[in-house]
Design a protein around this ligand. Structure first.
Ligand code: ATP
Length: 280
């Protein structure tokens, strides 16, 4: 059922407006998970190029979040494998994947509500540095950690809130803080699961701006689950369409829009956001 349209970089001759990506950073082979008799993710072969921006779309219940749970290690597959930078991570625990550079925002559980925004990010930087290096004791090194934390807060447009308590942040600002803490862990692969879900309409453009800034900075691979199609089309180098747990198609946005299998699914009334996508 899977129809692979040409993905950016796989041809070696990407179009003028599409960046060229060569290295595969994440791959799944035959990834499947069944809950009882129901296959929520079925035989998914996904290939994500290093430093590319991929969106995963599909109707409610298509298996998008389940796929993320498999990628981040919250769930173990019934069949299939996951490779990160060529290494088989299928059986690794979530924290091991995080250490390798796979980052998912909700894994950030250590937001201290009564510490400042800056202190939260500084602690995340420190915990990463503490894992990889020796304990930081000197004031000079402490200031380095704080500088890094401040830089990350600027990147997520939270520099002006550095001194605020985390508990005082608006919902959208909390999302930005989570992203900053994820960046503090030096995640090379960011798994962003509907970052605009549940935030106010006014805050959506700010989250979009942060995600666009991360993309433009260009040092990370980003996979986004998102229902807001204008955002998906604006940001994505590649789109993967999930349908009933299967990968229906993947490729550059223009190819996905023109893909007959995707169109048939949309025109069949099986996809709620058809109008937003502009198909049909
Ligand atoms: N732990 C679980 N046990 C049983 N069924 C599950 C479990 N997790 C997910 N499912 C089922 O797997 C299917 C895929 O769910 P999933 O949440 O991954 O979809 P989704 O594409 O993320 O949907 P949405 O866009 O609504 O978030 C659904 O039918 C869901 O009910």
């Amino acid at each position: 059922m899977t129809e692979q349209t040409e993905t950016a970089g796989t041809s070696g001759a990407a179009s003028a407006e599409t960046a060229s990506f060569t290295e595969t950073v994440l791959a799944t082979k035959g990834l499947t998970i069944a809950f009882g008799g129901h296959k929520a993710v079925q035989d998914v072969d996904l290939e994500v190029k290093e430093k590319s921006f991929t969106s995963i779309i599909g109707p409610n219940g298509a298996g998008k979040t389940t796929l993320f749970n498999l990628l981040s290690g919250q769930l173990k597959p019934s069949f299939g494998s996951i490779y990160f930078k060529g290494q088989d991570v299928t059986r690794m625990a979530p924290y091991e994947r995080t250490r390798l550079g796979m980052g998912r925002s909700f894994q950030i559980t250590n937001v201290f509500p009564n510490l400042s925004v800056l202190e939260n990010v500084r602690l995340a930087v420190q915990s990463r540095a503490g894992v990889r290096y020796n304990f930081f004791s000197s004031l000079h090194r402490y200031r380095k950690l704080e500088e890094e934390a401040l830089g990350l807060l600027e990147l997520v447009r939270l520099g002006g809130k550095a001194g605020a308590l985390a508990v005082q942040l608006a919902h959208g600002e909390k999302r930005k803080l989570e992203i900053a803490m994820l960046l503090a862990l030096r995640a090379e692969l960011l798994l962003l699961d509907e970052p605009t879900a549940g935030i106010s309409v006014e805050e959506v453009p700010q989250i979009l701006e942060v995600i666009r800034a991360l993309k433009q900075e260009g040092s990370r691979t980003i996979i986004l689950i998102e229902h807001k199609m204008e955002m998906v089309l604006d940001l994505s180098d590649s789109i993967a369409v999930l349908f009933n747990g299967s990968l229906l198609a993947s490729g550059p946005p223009a190819d996905i829009m023109n893909n007959e299998t995707v169109q048939a699914a949309y025109l069949g009334g099986l996809y709620d956001d058809a109008a937003a996508v502009g198909i049909g």
